[in-house]
Write a protein that binds this ligand. Structure first.
Ligand SMILES: [Zn+2]
Length: 320
């Protein structure tokens, strides 16, 4: 069977085991962290990451797909320490996480020149470590697919064509970005079966979701706990309906949890929880502790479906 690149090196796809498809061991702006390191507590960040990953391991998780790209503070040495101390594998990515902005460096270079950077991460290794990226990442959000976002998508597509690496695309269903993102990949010659449209579960508009699925792409129902986008009961109803419609082999469940994230000062982050916009139990284990019991209670989510969603699908997408 094909092998998959992880922080610990290539592994046989069959060995991935129970896999979380979209969780972050740390999310912070590398520019701010580089310029004002005193605003960050590296040790506390490491402890938070270890706690979350160890908790996930207690639920049988063997591998976590970690989609932190440029502007999320991707740091494979940090990831390597998490792996070493937990025994859990991480699959790192390459790409750019932006909703529009590009640094002058990339604004003044072509799609092909941008793609060369992604290819280097996939073929030679990330940040001079020899740790290779297992997939490509890009994003489209509220501003939509702007010229800069289109450029990143084309670069990601070309790197995928060149290397065979699959693609995870952050999307915003409220702006209907998914179909447009797929259109660009297809124009570049990418098979939609290699593409995962992350955050598709932020909507319960089944017509929209099926428009994405009908292309042959994968979807992430991967933001459980982020009530601001869609509350849990509506996420569950959507998941169960998609299972009823036979899409168990095209979807992923997750929380898009960040063991630490620097987007808000602490009071504001606590305010989001108090206001009910983020669940207080948002975590890497939320899916196991709150979601799966409900899915089993309210519908049909047996062992076979679990195996498909948490073991087979990650292998199939990562080796697609
Ligand atoms: Zn994410």
């Amino acid at each position: 069977m094909a092998s998959i690149e992880t922080v610990q090196g290539p592994v046989d796809a069959a060995e991935l085991g129970v896999t979380l498809i979209h969780e972050h061991v740390r999310f912070r702006d590398e520019g701010v962290a580089e310029q004002w390191p005193g605003c960050y507590d590296d040790e506390a960040e490491m402890q938070a990451a270890l706690e979350q990953v160890n908790n996930a391991a207690e639920h049988g998780v063997k591998t976590i797909v970690e989609p932190t790209a440029m502007f999320g503070g991707r740091d494979v040495e940090f990831m390597r320490r998490v792996c070493d101390q937990t025994g859990v594998r991480l699959v790192p990515c390459t790409g750019i996480y932006t909703y529009d902005y590009l640094p002058h460096y990339f604004a003044n270079r072509s799609e092909d020149q941008m793609a060369e950077h992604f290819v280097a991460d996939i073929e030679r290794g990330i940040q001079d470590t020899g740790i290779k990226a297992g997939f490509l990442k890009c994003a489209a959000d509220e501003p939509g697919v702007t010229p800069n976002i289109e450029k990143v998508h084309r670069a990601v597509a070309r790197a995928s064509i060149q290397t065979g690496a699959p693609i995870m695309a952050h999307s915003r269903p409220a702006s209907e970005t998914g179909p447009r993102q797929l259109e660009i990949f297809v124009e570049e010659g990418v098979d939609p079966g290699k593409v995962q449209i992350a955050h598709t579960g932020d909507t319960d508009d089944l017509d929209y979701i099926e428009r994405v699925l009908d292309t042959g792409a994968w979807i992430g129902l991967d933001r459980y706990g982020l009530e601001m986008f869609l509350p849990m009961d509506r996420r569950n109803a959507t998941t169960l309906e998609l299972l009823r419609r036979g899409y168990a082999d095209r979807l992923f469940l997750g929380a898009d949890f960040c063991a630490t994230i620097d987007w808000f000062p602490q009071e504001a982050a606590e305010g989001l929880v108090e206001a009910g916009l983020i669940r207080p139990d948002w975590s890497m284990t939320l899916v196991f502790e709150q979601v799966l019991p409900k899915l089993r209670e309210e519908g049909d989510f047996g062992d076979e479906t679990f195996q498909r969603v948490f073991v087979d699908n990650p292998q199939r997408w990562l080796t697609s």
